[in-house]
Design a protein around this ligand. Sequence first.
Ligand code: TAP
Length: 516
Amino acid sequence: KDFGTMVIKKFRGGDELEFDFESVDLHVNDMDVKIPHQLFINNQFVDSISGKFFKTINPTDESVICKVSYATEEDVNVAVQAAKEAFEGDWGKMNARDRGKLMYRLADLMEEHLEELATIETLDSGAVYTLALKTHIGMSIDTFRYFAGYCDKIHGKTIPINNARPSHNLCLTRREPLGVCGIVIPWNYPLMMLAWKMSSCLAAGNTCVLKPAEVTPLSALKFAELTVKAGFPKGVINILPGSGRVCGQAICDHPDIRKVGFTGSTPIGRTVMKSAAESNLKKVSLELGGKSPLIIFQDCDMDKAVRQGMLSSLFNKGENCIAAGRIFVEESIHDEYVARLVEEVKKLKIGDPFDRSTAHGPQNHEKHMVKLLEYVDQAVAEGATLVYGGKRLDRSGFFMEPAVLTNVADDNYAAIEESFGPVLVISSFKDGDVDGVLKRANKTEYGLASGVFTKDINKALLCSEKLDAGTVFVNTYNKTDVASPFGGFKQSGFGKDLGEEALNEYLKTKTVTIEY
Ligand code: TAP
């Protein structure tokens, strides 16, 4: 497949802006795309101080897309200093309403570049292009718009405290930004994860230093270019591609960073929290792994439960933190459900993610695909039945057939561990045993999402009360919205992205007491 010739040249931005940067120019998806490939600090694209680069790979054909600058601790220090100066300078002094205007302008620019951003996302992450347009980039735009509207609606309260007679008191609270925030994100929805965290961070008045995942840095860099065009003051947004071990760790350790917003795995979340505690007790929010249960009762709408059940695990190639990691099906409909589910899975067209009829693209990167194939093998070795798929496709690229596993016992590896890929893990439960299935559904250290399909309102309400997870979907799945809070319980982390609650993660409350 010809993804065009890579040319690196100097690119001059729009007439109104003196904005030079090195771009990687590609012709892909029938369009020309220009992608910055250096670190973004203080509104400039610059090489890393060490001069190091890494390569980013196209998962569809395993070719190198381009080289990207690799940030180290020294670069983090420079970026944090820039973010600190912006916070104490132009950004900190800006009116909240003007901040909102900038965010709206950025969202508009992202919309103008929707197809280019989606093309870059598909190229770098293997996301199906049609989904990249709607979800990866579409929801990112919605998120910036949603939080833009909040900028001038962040305010405190007046509180009736006891008066010390004969004097009176006025007690009020101020909601203030934290300062420089670090943001570290994963590779499954590269731009959307950036948007979920950065939009609330900026709306609250903070500045930020963000590290995208090493395997998917490109859409974040294209986004950085748009922030300059939108008119963001220098230093407000800094984007440092690099590894978690070096750049991510330096962010978590930095004494001038006051908060880290992290999305990623539970083991790394634990190290983030430890680093935050040991450095300067910076505030932390963690969106971590999941093993979300989905319960299918025999009184469900079968067509919907089959279709949504499939998507619950296979949406975005299964690289979805809220993916249903276990599906419990009531015994009397189990065999029919599995048969119909397999038929649906067979219909999915796997292939080139740019092809408009493709439903399932390559896995994000090679290491991940290998881990998924091993995951299926281990589940089978421990007694699960592989009724469909689970094999690598005989073609270039990191393609695998979705796997359908049944007879998965509660102590099977696949019943406990997250796959983060296209693996349907199905177990049955005894007819009518609502308490039993809820107990099994909650018997996990994760608590990100959950779901239930039933036409019985009592059962639906009981399950939504008893399921110990940050989100419960009833007769639907994957329905996240920018306005509703998103985040997990237990070892799926704490703190919310999206919705009004997300602002709390990036604000502090100051109490002012006045005697008169
Ligand atoms: P991780 O390996 O945890 O990586 C996440 C990010 O942390 C990456 O940018 C990574 O850098 C960085 N990182 C690695 N070590 C670090 C360190 N010592 N200090 C600071 N940062 C460090 O996760 P992943 O494999 O990319 O993503 C998969 C996991 O993320 C799954 O468990 C999934 O459930 C979870 N996830 C959760 C959610 C929500 S909302 N709960 C959403 C998406 C994904 P590198 O670039 O070097 O890897």
